[in-house]
Design a protein around this ligand. Structure first.
Ligand code: ARG
Length: 502
């Protein structure tokens, strides 16, 4: 059955399906789908003039973005302040009017900051809420603010300002993490643990070296964010709805007032570009992937099986049933939150594909994912720095792990190579030595010289010194390797990069 909106109908609760101006209902109980009294135009809407009917309440709620875009209040006011100053300077409105609007906006800003403002769904989004508040505050002159702009360039401006601010903050938070990594690395240059490939013990390495690998990942993340600022810090303001404006505005002046580096050269592109948000979500995804990999290592290392580290009690939680447990909930959640950030990237890519120029309401869907990504990153980064800094490193367990494995096998091969044997031949011999050792339940340092010499006459007493884990690590002196002097150099480089705000 189909009923025209605006009547009381019998319907099965929870099974109302909106379809254009009609509802498909199945008949179980009566629900009211619209107040019948609202048949005439709702003149309280800023755009109410062209309409002969009030907005359906469900439509009003469905299309409103104020529940989330109120987070852009500060940027919206900032953008309006620049716009109105420019309008005044260009003579589009009188200087006194510009001043009145400015004072009104500043008053609203203060009220927003004090939490005194109740935004309303009726005014749909942050832009119209603030404009309405302005008109209520200073009277009809407030209606001049929107001269020469549209919500389309306004919302884009807000998002550019918001991301510029947030990206700079995220870069600072990344530096706190890098600082925490440097602190731990400084203390653990000579702490040796097994390095892994395929999660199989491969070669012993310095713990500082392992940690510093993450320093460079975060350094690249910062680089990507910084680079993106070139595209974030552009002004769409003054592009109007899509085609520019008939008023003699100065886009470069409002851009300058807002600290933008440049303006979009094309008004259509200015209002419909969301690449800068995609780029942010993409950079955020790579960053979350790094955080997730580090978190995974923290989870593994803090397990009973590894016991390489212990996370501070303040960063762990207990089990409601098993009293012995200390769960690494924080790194687990950091690992999991990667999913929602990837989701937001794919979500927005999908929203934008196939959209014709210029603005489409679809684009309102750019906000929640971006806001959630910012919140997710801020939460993650703020926890990661202190968690890394307070982490206890169990150097004894790490050393023990290295002593009880075959990760020094490559060094026997290198030993034979140094005595003149081609690497391939040496590799084959060591394969046999390792197999022999495993079969006899011995580690490589436990074999006698006699046993070694059964495999090659080139072995001599100095093989034991070569196989000491410390020697194995320090021997890797190639640039960027795990040898202690190289790690120290790397640490100095990391400090310099961070000191110079790299
Ligand atoms: N709330 C809208 C958004 O977030 C603002 C722009 C609306 N423009 C329009 N022509 N409907 O995208």
């Amino acid at each position: 059955m189909m009923y025209n909106a605006g009547v009381w109908v019998k319907a099965k609760a929870g099974r109302i399906v909106a379809h254009s101006s009609f509802y498909h209902l199945s008949d179980l109980e009566y629900v009211q789908i619209r107040e019948p009294a609202e048949e005439e135009a709702d003149m309280t809407k800023l755009w109410g003039g062209r309409f002969t009917k009030a907005t359906n309440k469900l439509v009003e709620e469905y299309t409103a973005s104020i529940s989330f875009d109120q987070q852009l209040a500060e940027e919206d006011i900032e953008g309006s302040l620049a716009h109105v100053q420019m309008l005044g300077e260009c003579g589009v409105i009188a200087p006194e009017e510009a001043e009145q609007i400015k004072q009104g906006l500043l008053k609203i800003k203060e009220k927003v900051e004090k939490g005194e403002i109740q935004f309303s769904v009726e005014h749909e989004d942050i832009h119209m809420n603030i404009e309405k508040l302005l008109i209520d505050e200073i009277g009809p002159v407030g209606g001049k603010l929107h001269t020469g702009r549209s919500r389309n360039d306004q919302v884009a401006t807000d998002m550019h300002l918001y991301l510029r601010k947030k990206i700079s903050f995220l870069i600072q938070l990344l530096e706190d993490i890098q600082q925490a990594i440097i602190k731990q690395a400084d203390a653990h240059v000579e702490t040796i643990l097994p390095g892994y490939t395929h999660l199989q013990r491969a070669q012993p390495i310095s713990f500082a070296h392992h940690l510093l690998a993450y320093f460079w990942m975060f350094e690249r993340d910062k680089g990507r964010f910084k680079d993106s600022l070139k595209r974030v810090n552009l002004s769409p303001l003054g592009a109007g709805a899509l085609a520019g404006t008939t008023f003699p505005i100065d886009r470069r002046r409002s851009a300058e007032l807002l600290g933008f580096d440049d303006i979009y050269p094309n008004s259509l592109d200015a209002v419909s570009d969301r690449d800068f948000i995609l780029e942010f979500l993409s950079n955020a995804s790579v960053l979350m992937m790094h955080i997730s990999r580090l978190s995974e290592e923290l989870v593994i290392w803090s397990s009973q099986e590894f016991q390489f580290i212990e996370l501070d009690d303040a960063f762990c939680t207990g089990s409601s049933i098993m009293p012995q447990k200390k769960n690494p909930d924080v790194p687990e959640l950091l690992r999991a939150k990667t999913g929602r950030v990837y989701g937001h990237l794919i979500g927005l890519l999908t929203v934008l594909k196939g959209l014709p120029l210029a603005y489409n309401k679809d684009m309102q869907e750019d906000k929640e994912g971006m806001l959630d990504t910012v919140a997710t990153l801020e939460g993650a980064l703020q926890l990661l720095a202190p968690m890394l800094e307070t982490m206890q490193v169990n150097t004894g367990k790490m050393r023990q792990a290295v002593q009880e494995d075959y990760s020094n096998a490559t060094d026997i091969a290198d030993y034979l190579v140094n005595k003149g044997l081609p690497f391939r031949e040496a590799h084959a011999i060591i394969g046999q030595v390792v197999l022999y050792a495993i079969q006899h339940k011995k580690f490589l340092l436990d074999l006698s010289l006699d046993e070694y010499q059964r495999f090659s006459p080139l072995f001599a007493e100095d093989i034991y010194e070569t196989l000491q884990p410390k020697q194995v690590v320090s021997a890797r002196q190639s640039e960027g390797g795990t040898g202690f002097t190289q790690v120290k150099k790397q640490l100095e480089l990391a400090k310099a990069v961070l000191g110079g705000k790299g």
